[in-house]
Ligand binder design. Structure first.
Ligand code: SAM
Ligand code: SF4
Length: 367
């Protein structure tokens, strides 16, 4: 448990409601929101800040890792913060840093600080595997991070090692407690559930919400793993089957408010935390999509399932004006398909394949 003496009170008070303070409402040069032709508004950006990772989750990365981008291809701090500033003018209120493992990026604290102090930005979150979190938790909190999602697919040390090809479950469990101790307004645990792999741990995970003020989120497995597990006979567990099991564990369980992608959110009677199920593969969440994705080499993706990308980094480096950056985002979202199934078809029709772009892992897209 965290000792009181290591806490810093000032930023914790400032951020206690999960949002940054009112100074961030003052946006000069506000622009019309980023919308698509289906009336969806995009106010949440997920930025992959690196492809590097200190784990090798079997469903995400090949054992030997992926071919890494040369350093000059990765978007810089200044470029990331410029993208965030322009998006905030278009109404983006939430930023998530992801990867790869965002905590292996050396300047992650400065990125969080820069995002949190960008006018208009209300929430800055991070998705991490939790291995380096203990080292950075205090600085992240002070820098203005308002939410942390920690990924953990098994509580059993041996199985954790099988899934991630590394040791570390105890560290990840400590990171979850530490995030709560530091008072991060949103603490979530991401679990990719696979039939025949870790589905038997569903109940152990839901029981974590008994005393901990966390949301445990079960995410459907998606085929972004260089086709290792997807084609190896490990079976996909559907959101529907997970919801069914949760309802059986907790008769009378109540629906609870969740985010737009947490299609099913519950709270067991008397429990401190919540349980959510994310239909990431069955894609019943697409109608509520509010996400903009930026890859670590600075391309815009308008859908996780689309292979079509809009290169933002090169125009930025060639001196593009804010208006030109805005125009590129508007073009990307004007071309967004109705849902993930249509996105796949659209990519196929344009003969863009994953191998053309060279992205074989979620680390390269940002999850
Ligand atoms: N390294 C960080 C982590 O693991 O939290 C952030 C990046 S990771 C790509 C973001 C999320 O995507 C994690 O929760 C991970 O479990 C999830 N993910 C990765 N590959 C996936 C797949 N094939 N299907 C479903 N979720 C996946
Ligand atoms: Fe790394 Fe996260 Fe992918 Fe696991 S899921 S290999 S921790 S990027």
């Amino acid at each position: 448990m965290l000792q009181n003496k290591t806490r810093s009170d000032k930023p914790l008070e400032k951020l206690s409601n999960g949002e940054n303070d009112a100074k961030n409402d003052e946006i000069v040069d506000k622009l019309p929101p980023l919308q698509d032709r289906f009336g969806r508004t995009f106010d949440y950006v997920r930025i992959a800040v690196t492809e590097k990772c200190n784990l090798r989750c079997t469903y995400c990365m090949p054992e030997e890792g992926v071919d890494l981008l040369s350093k000059d291809k990765v978007v810089s701090d200044e470029e990331i913060l410029r993208i965030i500033r322009v998006l905030a003018r278009m109404g983006v209120r939430k930023v998530r840093f992801t990867g790869g493992e965002p905590l292996v990026r050396k300047d992650i604290i400065q990125l969080v600080e820069g995002a949190a102090s960008t006018p208009g930005v209300k929430a800055v979150h991070l998705t991490t595997n939790g291995l380096l979190f203990e080292r950075h938790a205090k600085d992240l909190r002070e820098a203005g991070l308002t939410g942390v999602n920690i990924s953990l697919d098994s509580i059993d040390p041996e199985r954790f090692q099988t899934i991630t090809r590394r040791a570390g479950v105890e560290t990840v469990l400590r990171s979850i407690d530490l995030a709560l101790d530091y008072g991060f307004p949103r603490v979530k645990v991401n679990v990719v559930l696979m039939r025949g792999f870790n589905e038997d741990e569903l109940h152990s995970f839901t029981e974590m919400t008994r005393d901990k003020r966390i949301t445990v989120r079960f995410i459907e497995f998606m085929p972004f793993d260089a086709h290792q597990i997807w084609e190896s006979g490990v079976h996909f567990a559907s959101a529907e089957s997970l919801v069914h099991q949760i309802e059986e564990f907790y008769p009378g369980i109540q629906d609870a408010p969740g985010t737009r992608t947490e299609h099913h959110t519950f709270q067991a009677p008397g429990y401190a935390g919540k349980i959510a199920v994310i239909p990431a593969f069955t894609r019943s969440l697409c109608g509520n999509c509010s996400r903009i994705r930026v890859t670590s080499d600075g391309s815009i993706r308008n859908c996780l399932y689309s292979d079509i990308e809009y290169n933002l980094r090169d125009p930025l480096r060639a001196g593009a004006s804010d208006d030109e950056v805005v125009a590129l985002f508007r073009k990307a979202f004007a071309e967004k398909a109705k849902d993930g199934f249509e996105s796949k078809k659209q990519s196929a029709a344009r003969k863009v394949s994953v191998s053309d772009i060279g992205r074989v892992s979620m680390t390269q897209i940002g999850g």
